[in-house]
Design a protein around this ligand. Structure first.
Ligand SMILES: Cc1cc2nc3c(=O)[nH]c(=O)nc-3n(C[C@H](O)[C@H](O)[C@H](O)COP(=O)(O)OP(=O)(O)OC[C@H]3O[C@@H](n4cnc5c(N)ncnc54)[C@H](O)[C@@H]3O)c2cc1C
Length: 449
């Protein structure tokens, strides 16, 4: 008999009430964040390309001070590390607001990759590592980068990594080639994923090692141009993605982060909450694009009436609203599972939202862009930038295909093939069984005939 996995909706804790309301104090903070991001951060977007990294930091300083004074700085971390200990549901609601602008998280001390790196350091760092790297990172005095992906092998299968680290005279000696190390060219330190135990089982071969960026042998080759930033006009700027060569890079043995061989484990623990934050930020992007779609439909006239009267546009609006609502509830549910049952219990939910949320953002932005025609394609609106941003979401932090595969595997674990090859629902067999079970009644009916 096939016993399917419980549906996600059945995996709630017994006795817990369903509640979609937010506490008044949090609601007030969220309201403040909405206004702050809209009034202080959105205007930045239009001049950010004209600013150097140093000017950018000057612009951010008072904004960051204001966020700190509101008690909203580094909210992803527990209070003993200077964070707010929000938990994933509250953080999700916050990230939905910050996601409306790529420049907002930096004002709140929870911008990727620093936020994920601080989580790794908080989780796996020694007291000395926390003192030297985590505390200044949280204070905004240091910048970090996470250096895992390599151009030569599949980033979606990190068991293929080639960068190595060998222990020699109490030092790790690192050799390898990485790229897409976000903020690598402005980082003070890099967390490098390297193979330390090549003969171990595939998921126990790699470790994380802290490498100060000025260590001899760390060569920042270039900042890579991307679909999001086709021409990298300024080297060493926030959100650039660096190509880096590590050649005979030597760091002390105590720079190992966590256990030797625990690189994958730590990466997985970092990625779970990170994906929830990504998905909520994508909803912020979607919402902004959706608002533009609705506004456009009311003022643009074509063939005798506004776009709002055309059924295709009505479908875009209705479909987008439904998909955003679905993605939002799925993401908050995944956050709730993580808060109440832990990261391992939320694996399936997180994979679901990662590929579903990326598609929702992509499709909503695409419809808004379509509704704006040439204006949407132009740089006179932020839609074209959102579209380029949305494209990458389908493969970073695990491509769609890998997450779908993972969801399907987890679901299929709850099923078994019928031993005789006959489907459980096969009607002829079920009819025979029913005829046997209800033989008396069927006979009486036949007799009456
Ligand atoms: C904006 C951005 C920021 C990034 N920041 C960082 C960073 O800070 N640090 C870092 O280390 N990396 C970073 N990356 C790199 C990112 O993590 C990788 O791009 C990602 O892991 C995919 O690896 P890959 O590019 O090597 O693609 P590959 O692994 O080569 O995959 C290519 C394609 O193969 C297909 N595929 C792969 N596996 C399967 C499968 N099982 N079934 C079916 N199809 C499959 C998918 O279509 C996939 O998109 C960043 C990337 C981007 C775009």
């Amino acid at each position: 008999m096939t016993v399917p996995n419980p549906d996600p909706s059945e995996r709630r804790q017994p006795g817990m009430a369903w509640d979609f309301s937010t506490e008044p104090e949090l609601e007030e903070q969220l309201r403040w964040m909405r206004q702050f991001v809209r009034e202080e951060i959105w205007p930045l977007e239009t001049i950010v390309d004209d600013l150097s990294q140093e000017q950018l930091e000057r612009v951010y300083a008072p904004l960051q001070a204001e966020v700190k004074s509101r008690g909203l700085w580094a909210a992803h971390l527990p209070p003993e590390l200077g964070g707010q200990g929000f938990g994933q549901v509250k953080l999700g609601l916050m990230h939905e607001i910050l996601g409306t602008s790529p420049w907002a998280p930096n004002a709140f001390g929870n911008q990727a990759p620093d936020s994920g790196n601080s989580e790794i350091l908080a989780m796996a760092g020694t007291p000395e590592q926390k003192e030297r790297w985590l505390h200044p990172l949280l204070a905004g005095d240091l910048r970090s980068a996470f250096s895992m992906t390599e151009p030569e092998v599949a980033g979606s299968d990190p068991t293929t990594l080639r960068t190595t680290a060998r222990l020699e005279d109490d030092e790790w000696v690192i050799d390898g080639h990485k790229w897409f190390t976000t903020n690598g060219s402005i980082a003070d330190f890099l967390i490098v994923m390297a193979v330390t135990d090549p003969d171990a089982r595939p998921h126990q071969r790699a470790s994380m090692i802290i490498v100060p960026a000025d260590t001899p042998g760390v060569q920042i080759v270039r900042d890579v141009g991307t679909m999001e930033h086709p021409t990298v006009t300024s080297f060493g700027k926030l959100w650039n993605h660096a190509e880096i060569r590590y050649e005979d890079v030597r760091v002390p043995a105590e720079n190992l982060l966590g256990e030797r061989g625990a690189g994958f484990l730590i990466a997985q623990q970092r990625l779970g909450p990170g994906r929830i934050h990504h998905c909520m930020r994508w909803l912020g992007v979607s919402r902004r694009a959706f608002d533009m779609l609705c506004e456009r439909s009311l003022y643009r006239e074509a063939r005798g009436g506004p776009l709002a009267d055309k059924q295709s546009v009505q479908n875009w609006i209705a479909d987008s609203a439904a998909e955003m609502q679905a993605a939002r509830l799925m993401t908050l549910h995944a956050a709730w599972v993580m808060d109440t049952q832990g990261a391992a219990a939320a694996r399936q939910e997180i994979s679901l939202i990662k590929f579903y949320g990326a598609k929702v953002m992509h499709d909503v932005v695409d419809r808004a862009l379509q509704a704006h025609g040439a204006l949407g394609y132009s740089t006179d609106l932020p839609l074209e930038a959102m579209y380029r941003f949305a494209r990458a979401a389908r493969f970073y932090d695990g491509p769609d295909e890998v997450h779908r595969e993972s969801v399907a595997r987890l679901i299929l674990r709850g099923y078994t093939a019928p031993p005789d090859g006959v489907p459980t629902e096969y009607v002829p067999v079920r009819r025979e069984e029913a005829q046997r079970r209800f033989a008396d009644i069927l006979e009486a009916v036949t007799a009456n005939d």
